[in-house]
Design a protein around this ligand. Structure first.
Ligand code: PRT
Ligand code: ZN
Length: 283
């Protein structure tokens, strides 16, 4: 079977999590910082390490079959690639921001103003949707210093914690789009077996990340209340304990409202609750 090639970021915010995801899928490879390509020893895959901006184009042209890259970069490069899987990391939002004392407060106020950004394509599409005419100033880095230098009236930049905006005296006033890392693929991979296997592994890793394995002890009389609370999980495993009248319940629960669920289980009589990470869930 011919190897597939997957392009991931060589260094930067998505590198570590992309490498970790592939390793969690059981792929055995060296993460040499100096090399551009590495072969996976136990899977039909080669990994290309690239600048994130080049990844969508490589995949569109078929130089790489797959890629892991932020949605913001896919949209900015207007590449024709297929979205195969949202990966849940690299989450951020492209926002419009202005200086704290700026008179600009609403989108309409941007008419006739200048906006500095590294995302001119996304910004232009956004402004067109809202019929706003503004002057887009393309800057490749440190966009947040543009208003202070008198280069622009506003900026459009990626925000995750908001710390960078704050420390530059800026405040966001509108969201342009959200983004996260995506597994993308070139056309023509529909029946590819290697991709099928990789996708199954990625999905099992993602599913496991959202779940915890929980073991708790409960008096038999309280068992119906506990199983009621755990509805949605396929019949929890119930094991008798050495102490008469007590059982241990084994189950998996989702991270979503985790503490809320644990507190309800405690109120229903659960004791000695042990929570463990789940490595993979194979459906
Ligand atoms: O060298 P290469 O071209 O590969 O990398 P790069 O420098 O272009 O990108 P990199 O590594 O900074 O980011 C890669 C991807 O991570 C982006 O395309 C986004 O999809 C995603 N991402 C997630 C972010 C952020 N969070 C983020 N906070 N990308 C950039 N930032 C920057 C932002 O530009 C701003 O300067 O971080 C600053 C704001 O962060 P906060 O936390 O202060 O709000
Ligand atoms: Zn980049």
């Amino acid at each position: 079977m011919k190897n597939l090639k997957i392009a991931i970021q060589k260094s930067g915010r998505l590198n570590e999590k992309s490498v970790q995801l592939l390793k969690n899928c059981g792929l055995d490879f060296e993460n040499y910082k100096s090399s551009l390509i590495t072969t996976v020893a136990n899977f039909n895959l080669e990994i290309l390490f690239l600048r994130d901006d080049d990844i969508p184009g490589y995949v569109e042209q078929g130089i790489a079959d797959l890629g892991i890259v932020g949605e913001n970069v896919i949209e900015e490069t207007e590449s024709k690639v297929n979205y195969l899987q949202r990966l849940g990391f690299g989450k951020c939002t492209l926002k419009l921001a202005v200086a704290k004392d700026s008179p600009i407060a609403r989108l309409e106020d941007l008419n006739g103003k200048s906006i500095a950004t590294s995302y001119p394509v996304i910004l232009k599409n956004f402004l067109d949707d809202y019929k706003i005419q503004a002057d887009i100033q393309m800057i490749s880095g440190s966009v947040e210093i543009a208003p202070g230098l008198g280069l622009s009236d506003a900026i459009c930049d990626i925000v995750s914690t908001g710390g960078t905006l704050k420390s530059n005296g800026l405040q966001p006033f509108a969201d342009v789009r959200t983004s996260e890392a995506i597994l993308i693929g070139r056309d023509g991979l529909e029946d590819n077996e290697i991709l099928g296997e990789l996708l199954q592994r990625i999905q099992s890793v993602l599913l496991a990340k959202e779940t915890k394995y929980v073991v708790l002890n409960v008096e038999k009389v309280n068992l119906p209340k506990i199983t009621e609370l755990l509805h949605g999980v396929k019949s929890p495993t119930v094991v008798p304990l050495a102490e008469d009248g007590w059982v241990a319940v084994h189950t998996v629960i989702s991270e979503d409202d985790f503490w809320g669920k644990i507190n309800k289980l405690k109120s229903a009589g659960a004791q000695g609750i042990v929570v463990m990470p789940v490595e993979k869930i194979i459906m």
